[in-house]
Design a protein. Sequence first.
Length: 374
Amino acid sequence: MSQSVVISGSGLWTPPFSISNEELVGAYNAWAEKFNAKHQEAIENGAVAAKPLSSAEFIEKASGIKSRFVYTKKGILDIERMRPLIPERRDDELSQQAEMAVNAAKLALEAANKSAADIDAVIVSCAYTQRAYPAIAIEVQNRLGIKGFGFDMLVACSAATFGLHRAYEMVKAGTARAVLVINPELTSPQVNYCDRDSHFIFGDVATAMVVEQGENCKGEHAFEILSTKAVTQYSNNIRSNFGYVTRAQDVEPFSADKLFHQNGRSVFKEVCPMAAEHILEHIGQHGLTPEGVRRWWLHQANINMNLLIAKRLLGRDASADEAPIVLDRYANTASAGSMIAFSLHHQDMQSGDYGLLCSFGAGYSIGSLVVRKK
Ligand code: CO8
């Protein structure tokens, strides 16, 4: 008989610091006014574009975001700096991203009732890794005392779901008994806090899940993974040109195009129908209709996107109970959004209930899992 594969535990580590829209807009506007005063003459003669002001009301209306958690608050609201201040650590110290990952991983192991000895592989999947090598996953593996192997993978917004897909396949194939999939989304160093259009979008968080053979599962709230589905389609609408080759290009390594930037309107228009179609096809493979899915743990980038996708699926508005929203407090946490929604909203589900995890975003990339409560 084919091996059943389950998510046996999940972990959510939330940074202790939060920044409200009002705080963020206050800092941005003070920075923009200072910039405009400094460049007044050039702005008047058209050589430099004036920096437009941001607004907390716009941010909440356009995105649904009210606040975001950050690894550190230091530096972000300092108008002389406009980026986080994260001190460099020595090579023999745990890196910041591994620290976030370890925090979430411990919670997932506890929820799954597992110890390091039960895990055969560690996947760290997220939008950016702090360094190229050694892999953050191997650092985490070492810190947790896990034998076996680990690797990092980057798929922007779909890193977490694609990481779960790989774990599912490894357990199904018997190459690992249990896999720890961790998403330490340290996004704040890549946010352009001087860009009105995107300064509000992202937050930091770490999530983790244990994926293992159903017969070994000791988690209280386990979900069988029934299938996975992924699609990618190349787009330049969400992009970061940051990378190691910049050193050889004789350009400014952290200019605006090296940080996150997007054509938000196009993303909205193109990704929503793609995601709805993908989801319908995926649940259809199980003979399910949208009304048969008890919970939708959707990617958390923009509330209007989630409302629109849920409406396309159900033909009506989804309730907060059916499709929980976490982006109001967490903002967009790259690939971790749907994992946060799962972590916070799964314990009330009944045995046999179906759920769908789905990410959508940069790449473009869409990744989903159909699961059923054990
Ligand atoms: N304050 C006031 N006004 C503003 C602001 C602001 N902060 N920003 C824009 N405006 C203005 C615009 O200039 C525009 O003015 P005008 O009409 O005069 O030109 C007006 O408001 C409307 O602007 P938009 O058309 O841009 O506004 P939208 O309604 O489209 O909302 C959003 C903007 C919220 C960005 C929206 O388009 C959106 O959310 N789109 C989808 C975004 C998305 O899902 N992106 C994916 C993100 S990528 C990802 O999830 C992972 C990437 C990897 C991680 C990266 C980590 C750093």
